[in-house]
Ligand binder design. Structure first.
Ligand SMILES: [Zn+2]
Length: 188
């Protein structure tokens, strides 16, 4: 039975009975930031083959193409992109005379704290864990009654904005003619 907040329309409980998916928002955001649209589309497509219990899918190129419209060449290239970013690992094997692949989703699709360097370069850190010192973005923490909590260690997370705003300019600026401008206190 689902309950709805009548003033806001917010649905409090949703029981999923039919199609299930596990949309990897952090990975999706990285691919968007890098304008890797085909790889992003492919990742979403692969997710649509996921079952409830494991993180491995093995559709053929033909099946992938039918579902998302990418050509075999684009699929091949996009798989390379997803591998480079560490979002999937590919296990290649032959079945009869056919080359087949199994695609294993990696945790970094959902947890930016586990992303490789290439993927992390596309993220902008907004928060820091006060316990372990790790820098992270929205994908790295959850929010609850205790505030922001780091998924990795369970520590409290604080936004970086406060410390950035406090930083002052310490070098003199010059205008286009080379004349030094008076040093001013940076506004907070
Ligand atoms: Zn931590």
């Amino acid at each position: 039975m689902r309950t709805i907040d009548k003033s806001t329309g917010e649905i409090k409980t949703i029981k999923i009975r039919g199609l299930w998916s596990h949309f990897p928002i952090p990975a999706y955001q990285v691919l968007a930031a890098q304008r890797e649209w085909s790889a992003q589309k492919l990742l979403t497509c692969l997710v649509s083959f996921l079952g409830k219990d494991d993180l491995c899918v093995f559709p053929s190129y033909r099946t992938i193409s039918k579902r998302c419209g990418l050509s075999p060449n684009t699929i091949r290239k996009s798989l390379g992109v997803l591998e480079d970013y560490g979002f999937i690992k590919i296990f290649r094997f032959t079945q009869g005379k056919k080359d087949r692949s199994k695609y294993y989703f990696q945790e970094c699709c959902w947890d930016s704290g586990k992303m490789n360097k290439k993927a992390l370069a596309a993220r902008v850190f907004t928060d820091k864990c006060l316990d372990c010192g790790k820098l992270m973005d929205r994908g790295g923490y959850g929010t609850g009654p205790m505030g922001k909590i780091h998924y990795g260690c369970g520590g409290s997370v604080l936004g970086l904005k406060a410390s950035q705003a406090a930083r002052k300019r310490t070098y003199p600026l010059r205008d286009i003619t080379g004349t030094y401008l008076p040093v001013t206190e940076e506004e907070h």
